[in-house]
Design a protein around this ligand. Structure first.
Ligand code: FHN
Length: 480
């Protein structure tokens, strides 16, 4: 069967053309503690750290043309430093992040409001941030000689932040790695060696770090991996057996027809949709009720440290609040990426943004964590989240009328009964309105935003929900 590469999050398959699938999902929608926890994380932190953090996107004063700073090893062309690949591959000899204090990172993440962290144990260059017994190319071969994965797992766990281990399958350091399907005996043997090594490293990670809650896979798009569907199916099974409750997103494997993230019948290949990278779904309907998160950079397409950020827009805390609440309104989590520099220090911009985002989240926590998608018409004012008791309106676009108007279906059994500003608790006037749109069966609830309330940030209106009263029920329409 030829391998068919499928586009990134392609789920819209022609049902008539759907082929039988043998290597489909190993799990159906889980509702255990781990997944319920995942659904209430709300906000996460991603950290990209490794050898690429040393150059950032620069070497000897020149800015690299590689697609992203963590891809700097692939810098080619006339501007690339001489023998660049060899130079890069030897960065382990100087890797020594003396400023890296995982406890300080974890405290910062906690203040930001992150409930989970995804940490790069090994990126595409193959350099392992733990002293892996299955590779020479690890922290143990550097002056650093610390178990950075262990430090991160311990520090974040101590702060109550769940840890997910990022692992790139794609590995430029392994001689057996090949992008295409191995076609001769030698390359087949090399590939098998690579698969054994990958499996061994993954089991090693699970055994060394029992506190880790999930594995976050990357670099699984090459033909060679896609053609290894029997192996990856077995591997996923083995990982799940080894660590019951482990969370694995949809980026590990594909079916035998090459369909990634979703198999050829459209079924999700993992516990949650892991294809939302630097982009969000347009609407909730696109998600078919699946769990999901969105991994988002603060700068451009830069996950690792970027030394030279000139000309690149850096997202603000306001951007991130908007993205966070947009995700929550569609039932997902936002994972904000950080790229510390080669010494292990977070950048000034990321630090500032983390603080500001954290202040906002702390004041509006109820709207973020225990509130998720609500079945109400979206509002142009901002984003709706809620639960059985409360509805939260995160106002990013304040109406000039001073009235925050919400539409509820006429048949709603739970409607707003009181309103207040979530951050301060200040009560707000709430009115049920008869707007007079023809044939509109909706009920409108108006919250009055006091003119003297000023803020430079998005704000949240909390509405307590209760049973509708009989108000207006006895008023008949005029006969015409
Ligand atoms: O190539 C990587 C990239 O460097 C980065 O790690 C992101 C994070 O989601 N994943 C890959 C691209 O999809």
């Amino acid at each position: 069967m030829p391998v068919v590469l499928s586009p990134w999050t392609d789920r819209r398959r022609d049902e008539a053309a759907a082929r039988p699938v043998q290597y489909g999902p190993l799990v159906t929608r889980r509702d255990d503690d781990a997944m319920r926890r995942f659904r209430s994380y709300g906000l996460g932190q991603f950290i990209h750290f490794g050898l690429y953090s040393i150059p950032g996107n620069q070497w000897n004063g020149k800015t690299s043309t590689s697609p992203a700073p963590e891809w700097i090893r692939s810098w080619r062309g006339p501007d690339a430093p001489e023998n660049w690949t060899e130079t890069y591959d030897r960065l382990n000899e100087v890797f020594d992040p003396t400023e890296l204090d995982a406890r300080a990172w974890a405290r910062q993440a906690k203040q930001m409001g992150a409930r989970y962290v995804i940490f790069t144990t090994k990126h595409h260059d193959g350099f392992a941030l733990w002293p892996s017994a299955y590779s020479e190319y690890t922290v143990a071969s550097s002056p650093c000689d610390r178990d950075l994965v262990g430090e991160v797992v311990d520090a974040y766990t101590a702060e109550g932040i769940d840890v997910f281990l990022y692992f790139s399958v794609l590995d430029w350091s392994h001689p057996g790695y090949t992008r295409t399907v191995p076609a001769c005996d030698d390359s087949r043997a090399g590939w098998q060696d690579f698969l054994d090594y990958t499996r061994a490293q993954l089991l090693e990670l699970l055994d060394r770090y029992p506190a880790a809650r999930g594995l976050w896979f990357d670099g699984t798009w090459d033909e060679s991996w896609i053609a290894s569907h029997e192996f990856t199916h077995r591997l996923e099974q083995e990982l799940r057996e080894r660590r019951p409750g482990l969370i694995i997103g949809s980026r590990l494997r594909n079916d035998e027809h090459g369909a990634r993230h979703f198999d050829s019948t459209g079924a999700l290949l993992g516990d949650y949709e892991q294809g939302w990278e630097r982009k969000l779904p347009r609407n909730r309907e696109m998600l078919d009720g699946n769990d999901w998160d969105c991994a988002m950079t603060i700068g451009p397409n830069a996950w690792g440290y970027m030394h030279d950020t000139s000309g690149h827009y850096q997202k603000t805390a306001d951007d991130l609040v908007d993205l966070l609440m947009r995700c929550r309104s569609m039932g997902g989590n936002l994972v904000v990426n950080f790229g510390p520099d080669g010494s292990g220090r977070m950048t000034a911009h990321e630090t500032r943004v983390a603080e500001q985002l954290g202040d906002w989240v702390a004041q509006n926590a109820a709207a973020v964590y225990d509130a998720s998608h609500v079945d109400l018409e979206p509002t142009g004012m901002g984003h709706l989240t809620g639960n059985d008791d409360s509805l939260y309106v995160t106002v990013t676009h304040r109406p000039v009328t001073g009235v925050a108007r919400l539409r509820f279906p006429g048949s709603a059994t739970l409607v707003p009964v009181t309103a207040r500003l979530l951050a301060t608790g200040k009560p707000l006037e709430l009115h049920r309105r008869d707007i007079g749109y023809d044939l509109d069966s909706a009920i409108h609830y108006d919250v009055l935003i006091p003119a003297d309330f000023t803020t430079g940030r998005a704000f949240v209106i909390e509405l307590a929900l209760g049973r509708p009263t009989a108000q207006n029920a006895d008023r008949a329409d005029a006969f015409m």
